[in-house]
Design a protein around this ligand. Structure first.
Ligand code: ADP
Length: 477
């Protein structure tokens, strides 16, 4: 298990020997101590990325793509090892961790090919002796800051297009889940990605973050995390006019119309809500169900939720692992208590569960009926395995409820009416809309939000725009 930082192709500890503890959330056991570096080491990582940038950008897209494909292949080769590491530090069930490794590798494979299609333009000029050329060039040294809920995929979703576009990177993974990031770093070395192209630093977030911001050689920062930190980073970025991509929080509505395939909606609701124990920025946070199918949907949802098994994600067959830390469980408890105090009922779950020999960090998959707009569940990100449900009568009412959020990341709805399908897709103020689909994420599609969910798009050809500058060459013959 790698616990040092990757700087200029070498594995190094903090200069003062400081370390950061990594805990298995299911067992509350320390599983590793990784380097906890500061501003000086972060500057060394930026130095390395700066030195490597010209030769990396000078490689052909095919050469860069070949190295990205090699890294993707190594991740696939090591799926079981990487998944076990992820489950140990993050808690998600092994099957989901394996799925995340495949998903993470897919961003590298996609970007490896997409880099070859990074074309410019030649525009007809307005004078006969002039030519207008538009070049797309790499932004340069890029900072990447990622969260703990998807410890591998949130890195590769940025790393793939950044490297494919010709940028070099300094990655700061979440303090809670640095091991997956460092393991990807080892594979990047094995794949033959040159020294300095990928650097990884772990340690205090604000210290490393400030070192990235304070260095004008860093030209771009791509961040996935909370809206609170995103806003902080945006205010810091303004001093340096640093280019940003921000993928922030969400509060996804899930609408079920009378004309929906209710069985399909229930299956999607379970997958979309309870994956990663509900700790996913695009997972459904609030369910609105039309009167005509309300009873059928709630009965099906209740039955499906009551079958989910809770336990250590390292054991095969577990559906719901622990929450990431004590604060996460306390937040979920406070949301459910708040709902109860406002008159909601809880047909399934509604409390912690205590699997034998494990930490006190498990919350039962929960259904809350009678959600009203004044409840925390209706407006704040719960980030846990709780599904609040409310009724609606008219389509317009459902859209107003869905859009009544400061967030705008993902929304879901179920209908078999083709006109409604298009109408609702257009009316939802969200970056990602799942129409009869609870799992829209995929490497080739644009992922990102509007409003307080941030800006910029990851995935597919759109991601390349985030890591390229447009240069206009006006050429007089
Ligand atoms: P979450 O709620 O998912 O933990 P955070 O926004 O707190 O989201 O964290 C996402 C990432 O941002 C993590 O890598 C975290 O270490 C980092 N981070 C938190 N605060 C700062 C900061 N002040 N500067 C830079 N990065 C930060």
């Amino acid at each position: 298990m790698q616990t040092h930082n990757l700087i200029d192709g070498a594995w190094v500890g903090a200069s003062d020997g400081a370390t950061l503890r990594v805990t298995n959330p299911a067992r509350d056991e320390v599983i590793a101590e990784v380097a906890s570096v500061g501003a000086a080491e972060t500057r060394s990582a930026i130095d390395a990325a700066w030195r490597a940038r010209e030769s990396w950008a000078a490689k052909t897209a095919g050469e860069r793509g070949g190295l990205l494909s090699a890294l993707a292949g190594l991740m696939r080769r090591d799926t079981d090892r990487l998944a076990a590491l992820m489950t140990a530090e993050q808690g998600k069930p092994l099957a989901e961790a394996r799925g995340e490794i495949a998903y993470a590798a897919s961003f590298l494979s996609w970007a490896a090919e997409e880099g070859k299609r990074l074309t410019g333009d030649i525009i007809p000029a307005s004078a006969p002796d002039k030519r207008i050329l538009v070049l797309r060039q790499p932004v340069g040294v890029t900072g990447i800051i990622t969260p703990w809920n998807f410890p591998a995929a949130m890195i590769t979703r940025k790393l793939g297009p950044a490297l494919a576009a010709g940028c070099t990177v300094v990655i700061k993974p979440a303090e809670l889940t640095p091991l997956s990031a460092l393991a990807i770093g080892e594979l990047a070395c094995e794949a033959g990605i040159p020294d300095g192209v990928v650097n990884i630093v772990t340690g205090d977030a604000a210290t490393i973050g400030d070192a990235l911001f304070d260095d004008d050689r860093v030209r771009k920062l791509s961040f996935t995390g909370s809206t609170r930190v995103g806003q902080l980073l945006m205010s810091k970025a303004s001093e340096h006019l640093l280019r940003l991509s921000l993928e922030l929080g969400g509060h996804a509505p899930f609408l079920v119309f009378d004309d929906a395939d209710v069985g399909k909606a229930v299956a999607a609701a379970v997958a979309c809500k309870f994956r990663n124990a509900g700790q996913t920025c695009i997972c459904a946070n609030r369910f609105y169900v039309q009167d005509g199918v309300y009873d059928e949907f709630v009965a099906g949802f209740t039955e499906a939720v009551s079958k989910l098994t809770v336990g250590d994600g390292a054991h095969e067959g577990v559906d719901i692992g622990p929450l990431i830390n004590d604060a996460a469980v306390e937040k979920v408890e406070s949301h459910v208590e708040d709902a109860r105090s406002h008159g909601a009922t809880v047909p399934v779950g509604g409390d912690r569960v205590h699997p034998k020999g494990l930490a006190n960090r498990f919350y039962a998959p929960t259904l809350v009926e009678g959600m009203t707009p004044d409840m925390k569940l209706a407006s704040e990100e719960t980030f846990g395995p709780v599904a609040p449900v409310a009724r609606f009568t008219a389509e317009r009412e459902a859209i107003e409820l869905a859009n009544a959020s400061e967030y705008g990341l993902a929304a879901y709805y179920f209908t078999r009416d083709a006109s409604r399908l298009m109408r609702v897709a257009e009316a939802l103020e969200y970056g990602i809309v799942g129409a009869n689909d609870g799992g829209p994420s995929t490497a080739q599609a644009p992922f990102g939000g509007v409003k307080h969910s941030g800006f910029g798009r990851e995935g597919g050809k759109y991601a390349m725009d985030e890591y390229t500058e447009i240069k206009y060459v006006s050429w007089q013959l």
